[in-house]
Design a protein around this ligand. Structure first.
Ligand code: 6PG
Length: 234
């Protein structure tokens, strides 16, 4: 048992995005609270999810992080998910979507999302499924190496005035305690460029200067879904 929770279950797959889409289909049947990741890697998983005629209305979708921009901004994670998936769902089958209102600016958006989480999920928010990505620097969500946000223990949501890598935009991110309270955390990582970060975050022993190495759900399941190039340095 690693510090803070179970060791990650590593799976190397030709099409890891399909595993995420299949899990989303299963979650749609039972309902729950899901935190989505942004960036480019999960786009395929969301596109696969959009290709089935599913009733998503039992799910509430949250964002593990977003850029502090409006919903139409090209760097908005919400826009990426909407363009890949949500916009294809008929109104009556749509999930509830709790968007980070980035147009409020990084501080206002973080405070607003914190309040939304407390109102909707209470004082001990627990996601049923948290999908996460991994940056080449070992960041996840918008928790970047060496930033004070890694020590945040009270807030569920933090503002990130300076991103640790592109896009160089202020961010809003859920915090480690929230991710580590989840019932199931899944990292979806692909491509050779991520292989060093994968080895740092999920190798043995993990390099705890990589924020992704600090995501170890206390009681939940932790899976790392990799394509072969991303797994090359394990
Ligand atoms: C974001 C993501 C971030 C992402 C990694 C990997 O807002 O950018 O939430 O944590 O998962 O940066 O991004 P790619 O999938 O684009 O490599």
């Amino acid at each position: 048992m690693e510090a803070g929770g179970a060791a990650p279950e590593l799976r190397v797959l030709e099409d890891p995005a399909q595993v995420v889409a299949d899990r989303l289909f299963a979650l749609a049947r039972v309902g729950g609270e899901v935190a989505l990741s942004g960036g480019s890697t999960p786009q395929r998983a969301y596109e696969l999810a959009s290709q089935r005629n599913v009733d998503w209305s039992k799910l509430t979708l949250w964002f593990g992080d977003d850029r502090a921009v409006g919903p139409d901004h090209p760097d908005s994670n919400y826009r990426m998910v909407a363009d890949a998936w949500l916009n294809y769902i008929p109104e009556r089958r749509r999930p509830r979507v709790m968007r980070v209102e980035g147009e409020r600016g990084w501080e206002g958006a973080a405070d607003h999302y914190e309040g939304l989480m407390r109102d909707e999920l209470g004082e001990r928010p627990q996601f049923d499924y948290a999908l996460m990505g991994l940056g080449p620097d070992g960041h996840t969500a918008s928790l970047f190496p060496g930033q004070p946000t890694l020590q945040e223990a009270a807030r569920f949501v933090v503002g990130v005035p300076e991103a640790g890598m592109e896009p160089w935009l202020p961010r809003v991110s859920l915090t480690l305690p929230v991710f580590n309270a989840a019932r199931e955390v899944v990292f979806l990582v692909s491509g050779e460029a991520k292989a060093p970060a994968v080895a740092r975050a999920f190798g043995r022993p993990p390099d705890r200067t990589a924020p992704a190495a600090l995501v170890r759900p206390a009681h939940g399941r932790l899976q790392v879904l990799l394509d072969p190039p991303a797994a090359r340095q394990l």
